[in-house]
Design a binder for this molecule. Structure first.
Ligand code: SF4
Length: 217
């Protein structure tokens, strides 16, 4: 049975190994120039491909350039622009409600705290951590489907609930690495340690991963 100290040491080796493997994958694949753009892009990215969102966001902001314009836009127009991201009616509602609250409470600007971000309609901890980590330099550990799956394979958590997984990982990964670590794990999960076909025989982290070692046994 691995102690917490041993798990922390193994986590440190995973963090270092990933940093060596994916030195440049420290940010979100969502394109953004200002916090509003990343906040809305992250809402639209639920159940959607990042490249689809990256195509949609410039169209949305070209037509409605700020939070006030989006909040006051005809909903059918917002729906039509974001349609390709899926669940477009619910997403249009979230995006407009979020922008309305930004205007009402924050002068149209995106706030830089977890508390204020998660109080916005349609914004959970995952979205808040993406915004905090990328836009405000506040370390945030983003738990998406890849981080969830790969962390379980690494036995860094036994939880299934994203918030509990976040809490477990935050206890194992140094705070300064939270943002870059989660982005690297996302890339690693997409490209290498995929859901259906993890490439264990070629994996540089296999010695740290009982799931991978068991697959080869
Ligand atoms: S050994 Fe396999 S399961 Fe473990 S991290 Fe590598 S690819 Fe993923």
């Amino acid at each position: 049975m691995e102690s917490q100290k041993q798990r922390m040491e193994r986590a440190a080796k995973i963090v270092a190994g990933l940093a060596e493997w994916y030195p440049d994958s420290t940010g979100t694949p969502l394109a953004w120039h200002r916090p509003l753009e990343l906040l809305l892009a992250t809402i639209l990215a639920a159940q959607a491909r990042d490249d689809t969102v990256n195509l949609v966001m410039p169209n949305l902001l070209a037509r409605f350039p700020d939070a006030a314009a989006i909040a006051g836009a005809p909903t059918e127009e917002v729906e039509a622009i974001i349609r390709t991201t899926g669940f477009f009616r619910a997403k249009a509602r979230s995006v407009q409600a979020c922008c309305r609250q930004l205007v009402d409470l924050h002068g149209g600007e995106v706030p830089g705290t977890m508390e204020a971000l998660t109080a916005l309609p349609g914004v959970g901890r995952k979205t808040a951590n993406v915004v905090l980590g990328n836009c405000f330099g506040v370390p945030g550990l983003v738990v998406d489907t890849h981080v969830l799956r790969v962390s379980k394979r690494w036995e860094l958590t036994a939880e299934v609930d994203a918030e509990k997984v976040e809490s477990d990982l935050c206890g194992l990964v140094p705070r300064s690495d939270w943002t870059s670590f989660s982005h690297r794990v996302t890339w690693f999960g997409r490209l290498f340690c995929t859901a259906r076909n993890p490439r264990c025989p070629e994996c540089r982290l296999r010695s740290l991963c009982s799931f991978g070692r068991a697959r080869e046994a």
